[in-house]
Design a protein around this ligand. Structure first.
Ligand code: NAD
Length: 508
């Protein structure tokens, strides 16, 4: 652990606030690894007064950063990507240690950060505005995009570094400054990333407060972000109830928000699909990151004609799931993030049973006698249900997978859409009519709809986000950058005369 912290410029005790200098004199918090319960390091939270100082500096930094030409801002993001490449091993390991995900997924998460930096560098020369034909003679109509202000980035524990980078790489090239409030479950990775950004900004001679950090309780520090008009955009990733709260507060002051909330991913498995592809995609989608992805597969809707064969094959994979230290390559599943997550999963399983579902496998805590310490290890659960039971409609943020059957493709799509979340969905089929129907307006109502690949594992090139209670926000690729800028439409008159739109005349 010491080597990892040292490689990232950290120590046993770290301050949780940054805006050009490291501060923090609030509550000290011991960060414990879900892998084995070992203490990783201490983090000292910021106080409300320190929050104010950090936000004031981050806000002041915007005044000069917004004037730097966008391609020059892109050079900073390129250097950030290079620095992340240099720290990939250490940062990936810290993600695994702090959050508990498999090391290969931790490294993948850092790779995703590098990828979004590459994307943003190109974007820094492509922040295009449109020109439109004016209805008036010798007039030109155009729109351009300007920097927005401070972007408050509030992140969930499960992608402790990638979500910051999705927001930050775009925000930086867009000319915004960033105020990050990470999950209190994963503060160390946030400090590590902020140190990396600090070095890059200092190397270029820019104000390091451009990438600021505040670690503290969501209900206290988070609410200060939600309610402060100096934060132009709040990009919030977290649960649906959290997003509902944040959305209301930000809307009340007419701030902007991007809400990236809970999912309830489903895969439709057609009898015309490839069973091997279905099994692999669903298995990874359900147990990857121990079921703690917003895009995790939580429901499988299988054609009744192939259901028994599919169920038995999947059950076989579940029985053989190697569970253990996520740093070891042979383990496909590591621990859940903490004891609370284990208890939530156990409670959900009891509710499934009470609502008439049948548990086929799993949901057993692995005791320390199994050689696994830390108490957060549990077997993944597979349950058979008759459609969207009330508990199935909820997002249980753990490896619980519900199997249900369908007869017609329309029925399958109705089941897929029959929940309040709308993030990720997939169909496994080789029938083009089915896949096109699934992708059509009559098909999946989710922000992500895949064919012959599972629900989890989105690429940075596309816009990421979902509908309904998932919040409607979009981050990452495509034109998601537009949310980080303000649009300005201009009419420019070079006629030498005054002409009003809509043919209105005004005789003087
Ligand atoms: P959470 O809602 O418990 O916490 C998310 C963040 O909100 C944390 O940083 C927390 O400190 C902060 N917070 C708490 N109270 C706040 C307040 N009053 N104001 C502002 N911020 C506050 O979520 P979690 O357990 O960390 O993460 C799991 C959830 O996140 C799941 O529902 C998952 O689906 C969702 N998630 C969604 C996406 C997506 O892109 N749609 C991605 C990852 C995770």
């Amino acid at each position: 652990m010491q080597d990892v912290l040292k490689a990232l410029g950290m120590s046993d005790s770290n301050r949780g606030g940054f805006s050009g200098e490291w501060i923090g004199s609030g509550k000290a918090q011991a960060v414990v690894s879900p892998i084995d319960g070992a203490k990783l390091a201490d983090v000292v939270n910021v106080t409300p007064a320190e929050f104010e100082a950090v936000l004031a500096r981050c806000h002041a930094a915007f005044a000069s950063w917004k004037l730097v030409p966008a391609p020059k801002r892109g050079e900073v993001v390129r250097a950030l990507g290079d620095e992340l490449r240099r720290h990939k091993e250490a940062l990936g390991m810290l993600v695994s240690l702090e959050m508990g995900k498999a090391l290969r997924e931790g490294l993948g998460e850092v790779q995703e950060m590098i990828d979004i930096c590459d994307f943003a560098v190109g974007l820094s020369r492509q922040l295009y505005g449109l020109t439109m034909p004016s209805e008036r003679r010798q007039h030109r109509l155009q729109e351009q995009w300007h920097p927005l202000g401070v972007v408050g980035v509030i992140t969930a524990f499960n992608f402790p570094v990638a979500v910051w980078s999705w927001n930050t790489a775009l925000a930086l090239v867009c000319g915004d400054t960033v105020l990050w409030k990470p999950s209190s479950k994963t503060p160390l990775t946030a400090i590590a990333c902020t140190r990396i950004a600090e070095k890059v900004l200092r190397d270029f001679g820019y104000d390091p407060a451009i990438c600021s950090l505040v670690i503290g309780k969501g209900s206290e520090i988070g609410d200060l972000i939600n309610t402060d008009p100096r934060v132009a955009l709040v990009s919030y990733t977290g649960s649906v109830p959290g997003g509902r709260h944040v959305g209301k507060l930000v809307q009340e002051r007419f701030g902007r928000h991007i809400l990236e909330l809970g999912g309830n991913g489903a895969v439709i498995v057609s009898e015309k699909g490839d069973l091997e592809i279905a099994l692999r995609s669903i298995y990874f989608g359900a147990i990857g990151t121990s079921g703690q992805r917003c895009t995790s597969t939580r429901r499988v809707i299988v054609h009744e004609s192939i259901y028994p064969a599919f169920r038995d094959r999947l059950l076989d994979l579940y029985r053989k799931t190697p569970i253990g230290d996520p740093r070891q390559d042979e383990n496909l599943m590591g621990p859940l993030v903490d004891q609370g997550a284990v208890e939530t999963m156990l409670a959900a399983i009891e509710t499934v049973k009470a609502q008439g579902g049948k548990v086929l496998f799993g949901g057993e805590k692995l005791p320390p006698t199994s050689g696994l310490t830390g108490g957060c290890y549990i077997t993944p659960c597979l349950a058979e249900v008759s459609g969207n039971l009330p508990i199935v409609k909820e997002e249980t943020f753990a490896p619980v997978l519900y199997l249900m059957t369908y007869r017609t493709i329309e029925e399958a799509i109705a089941l897929q859409n029959g929940v309040s979340q709308g993030l990720s969905s997939a169909i496994i089929t080789n029938d083009q009519r089915e896949s096109e129907l699934f992708l059509s307006a009559a098909g999946s109502d989710c922000g992500l709809a895949n064919v012959n690949t599972g629900t989890s594992g989105a690429e940075i090139g596309g816009a990421f986000g979902g509908e309904k209670e998932t919040g409607g926000g979009r981050e990452s690729g495509s034109d998601a950058w537009k949310a980080y800028m303000r649009r300005q439409t201009s009419a420019i008159n070079f006629s030498g005369q005054v002409e009003l739109a809509q043919g209105i005349t005004l005789e003087l």
